[in-house]
Design a protein. Structure first.
Length: 437
């Protein structure tokens, strides 16, 4: 961990040390660019995801990117003597956090484990205030601050939380939970039908809570397990493998994110929202207990308070209405990128960043640069430009290579083995298996 003299000016500052920040920092370090990563490695995985969680993406689709060989999640398993698990074993959250930190020690030269409190732009550089009181300057900045700041609560929940004294104690977003053990004996409504909602419901049930899952969908969708290639020789042609899962559309989105950026903005936004919609991983199905009360086809149209409890007013598409009283509501309602919610950026700087209208996401060039010269955004914030790949760890390589090329003016050396998005081993390996109703 580097110490930064209070007046230091670096070439590049990378804000955030999650999979994207660490990958771009590793590439810049390798290219001998003076780059400093700022943040605690893997902290959103460590602090904002529940204990007992497993990754939905498979081992092959969950590697960070470094130019040197030996940096993948499989390499980490080998290096730690654990042996490489097969694609049927989901990756535990704790293993992934350890892997990210191992990757950082191996590949990321300059790191300051501090929170960035303020990013401002001056005439010829950026100025960054750190939580340890130091100030640094940077000629370029890469914002890799991840998804947590973009947690989305629908208006009905926000309105209720605003009216309650003491704020939102009985209403929370899924990313606010690290440990469900405090819900033993309590009733909890989980809103949503994606992996986060389904896994939170399963974990809450295992922790001894009475769980109600409320979703607008007519049915819960589950992924299918990987299929043995030998059992279906035509499958690689009909459903080619990709890091996002099998199928031609996922294959195209993972192989050609730069082509996605040429599509009209409205189409890009539509595709990014629709592709890989809410579903649960195939291995979660058995863990999703029959004790979980499921209300499908149901929307929360209002919330009220009754003593300690929250009353959810539910509306079904057939026009019927009902109520549900619980101790707590967890909204697993996803993330919406908006530069205005990136609190570390100075308000003037936020206002100056051009957006992919009608979203609040930054408009980015082919090298992830925003309308502010030298200011780049990677990860989820880049999804409205480069598509669904940017929502997942497997997109880190594309982002890191593009940024590296933009900041060094050079392509990667020829001997770079992973010079494109790493493809999985089996035809059905990938972030998300095919979906069954
Ligand atoms: C519940 C859940 C499960 C998921 N499962 C998968 C999965 O199985 N596979 C997959 O590919 N994707 C998964 N995702 C998506 C996943 O979050 C992204 O793929 C991945 O984390 C993107 O990496 P990132 O570096 O952009 O963001 P993050 O991992 O969020 O990292 C951003 C980092 O920036 C830091 N940061 C933020 N603000 C500051 C600041 N002011 N100063 C310093 N540091 C700061 C954060 O603390 C964090 O460490 C999941 C997401 C959720 C919510």
């Amino acid at each position: 961990v580097s110490r930064v003299p209070s007046t230091q000016c670096v070439e590049v500052a990378v804000i955030g040390a999650g999979p994207y920040g660490l990958s771009v920092a590793a590439h810049l370090h390798d290219a001998r660019v003076e780059a400093l990563a700022l943040g605690e490695p893997m902290s959103s995985w460590q602090r904002h995801m529940p204990r007992g969680m497993y990754l939905k993406s498979t081992l092959d689709a969950s590697s960070l990117s470094a130019p040197q060989p030996g940096s993948s999640l499989a390499d980490f398993h080998e290096a730690t003597g654990a042996g490489i698990p097969d694609e049927r074993h989901p990756v535990p959250l704790e293993t992934f956090v350890d892997y990210g930190r191992w990757f950082q020690r191996k590949h990321v030269g300059g790191l300051v484990q501090c929170e960035v409190q303020r990013l401002t732009a001056t005439q010829d550089r950026f100025s960054i205030s750190l939580s340890n009181g130091e100030e640094i300057g940077a000629r370029s900045v890469i914002v890799a601050s991840g998804h947590v700041g973009h947690a989305y609560l629908p208006e009905v929940f926000r309105r209720f939380a605003r009216h309650e004294n003491g704020g939102d104690k009985r209403i929370s977003h899924a990313c606010q939970h690290r440990d469900f053990s405090g819900f033993l004996g309590r009733s909890v409504a989980v809103i949503g039908a994606g992996q986060s909602a389904l896994e939170s419901a399963a974990l809450l049930c295992e922790a001894g809570a009475e769980v109600h899952l409320v979703a607008r969908r007519q049915s819960i969708r589950w992924g299918g397990p990987p299929i043995d290639p030998a059992s279906s020789p035509l499958r690689p042609m009909l459903k080619p493998a990709s890091p996002l899962g099998p199928g031609w559309s996922l294959f195209a989105l993972s192989r050609a994110p730069s082509l996605v950026s040429y599509l009209p903005a409205s189409f890009r936004i539509f595709v990014t929202a629709k592709v890989l919609g809410p579903s649960g991983a195939w291995w979660l199905r058995d863990r999703f207990s029959s004790e979980i009360n499921v209300a499908l086809d149901s929307e929360v149209e209002g919330l009220a308070s009754s003593g300690e409890r929250v009353i959810l007013q539910l509306w079904r598409k057939d026009g019927s209405r009902s109520t549900l009283a619980v101790d707590h509501v967890i909204a697993a309602t996803g993330y919406r990128v908006d530069v205005d919610t990136i609190g570390l950026m100075d308000s003037g700087l936020r206002a100056a960043v051009a957006r992919v209208k009608p979203t609040g996401a930054p408009r980015l060039s082919r090298s992830f640069e925003s309308s502010i010269r030298g200011l780049h955004f990677i990860g989820l914030a880049a999804a409205p430009t480069f598509g669904s790949l940017m929502r997942f760890v497997c997109g880190a390589e594309f982002a890191a290579m593009r940024v590296r090329r933009a900041l060094t003016g050079k392509r990667l050396p020829r001997n770079f083995q992973n010079a494109r998005v790493t493809m999985p081993r089996g035809p059905d390996a990938g972030a998300f298996q095919h979906v069954n109703e």
